[in-house]
Design a protein around this ligand. Structure first.
Ligand SMILES: [Zn+2]
Length: 370
């Protein structure tokens, strides 16, 4: 595909803000046509969040902050869903079957992830890390819009703030928005912000960055005047919130979810803690080494897994790992023989391992594909 699946608004990283818009456009790339829908269906909320991109732009402009906006319809693949979420690619949206999404094979799903979903999230990650590196962990604001009624029931809120476990930005935003006269403000309505794997879970919660999702009712931001009004409003609210609680908001704090379900990781959950803004080099190397030791331990335990099978499936085997180890040692000026390096990986002499664990089957010619 040609154009990037996202759009960046440069802005000043020094503002320590990042504005996102997951459902910015209803664009469906050329080869997909209309995904089998009537063209007018692509102008409904099922395809994108009407007005949200314009508000995100006005907000970014007013604050001088960078923004990243998607450039593909959520109907193609929804960037605001975890990869294991059944609604990642909607087959039925608001009661409407999406023919182009029905019965997709794993290759097609992977292609959409690779060409649209992943580059969008990688762009966000790059921006986040660039701002963290400046020493001011960014505050993330994600702009969405919602329909004024759902299944015939009107929604009274002009704006809703959605959040999960990190209250820092959400509670401050709610408080500030409630000072605006004449509007109803929703707290985790019309949707809940507690969707594991969504955009803010991925870039906010697990990264320890203060964040909130702001939903504006669609009818208020269909026209340029409403878009400008809400852009200015939110800019004002954010400026207030940031000037009141800047140091708390620009800190990396883990609020729970990161370690959900990870055994032995409970020390990092529970009350907020101040982690280092970036992982120091030594810790990083130690973690990498721990992962390597675990891989080696796993390969030693799984003597049933033959080197030839590893080679065929993954293009590497225990001997490659040993060779990489040997090369890394050589790069540090340490001379290590092939046999010595292999012994580090196998945990015993290679010849001994072969005699004990290498099966005859591995000598047989293998079925080739392709
Ligand atoms: Zn949305």
């Amino acid at each position: 595909m040609g154009a990037k699946p996202y759009r960046s608004i440069e802005g000043d990283a020094g503002t320590g803000l990042l504005i996102l818009c997951d459902h910015a456009e209803n664009t469906i790339p050329e080869p997909y046509g209309t995904l089998g829908l009537k063209p007018q269906d692509l102008h409904r909320h099922i395809a994108y969040d009407l007005g949200a991109a314009a508000v995100a732009e006005r907000l970014a402009e007013a604050l001088g902050a960078p923004a990243i906006l998607s450039r593909f319809s959520r109907l193609l693949i929804d960037p605001n869903r975890g990869l294991d979420d059944p609604t990642l690619i909607m087959q039925i949206s608001d009661g409407l079957v999406v023919p182009g999404n029905v019965g997709l094979g794993p290759e097609e799903i992977e292609a959409r992830i690779e060409h649209y979903y992943r580059p969008y999230h990688q762009a966000i990650e790059r921006q986040v890390e660039a701002v963290v590196a400046l020493g001011k962990p960014p505050v993330i604001v994600s702009m969405h819009s919602f329909t004024q009624a759902w299944k015939g029931v009107p929604r009274p809120w002009a704006v809703g703030v959605l959040w999960d476990k990190d209250p820092r930005l959400a509670l401050a935003l709610l408080e500030a928005l409630r000072t605006i006269p004449g509007i109803e403000v929703g707290d985790n309505v019309p949707y809940s912000g507690q969707l594991k794997g969504d955009t803010l879970y991925r870039h906010g919660t697990t990264r320890g960055l203060a964040h909130a999702l702001v939903e504006i009712r669609q009818d208020l931001i269909l026209a340029p005047e409403g878009q400008a009004e809400w852009g200015m409003r939110l800019a004002h609210v954010l400026r207030t919130v940031l000037s009141d609680a800047s140091s708390a908001l620009h800190a990396i704090e883990l609020h729970g979810s990161l370690t959900d379900g990870v055994p032995g990781a409970s020390a990092a959950s529970g009350p907020a803690r101040n982690g280092p803004p970036v992982m120091d080099e030594r810790t990083k190397v130690e973690l990498e080494a721990a992962a390597f030791r675990r891989l080696v331990g796993h390969l030693r335990a799984r003597t049933d897994v033959q080197n030839i099978d590893l080679m065929e499936l993954a293009g590497f085997c225990r001997n490659c790992l040993a060779a990489w180890y040997q090369e890394a040692a050589a790069a540090k000026g340490l001379s290590l023989s092939k046999e010595e390096a292999r012994e580090i990986v196998y945990g015993l002499a290679y010849e001994t391992w072969k005699a004990k664990h290498q099966t005859d089957a591995s000598a047989k010619p293998r079925k080739r594909t392709g």
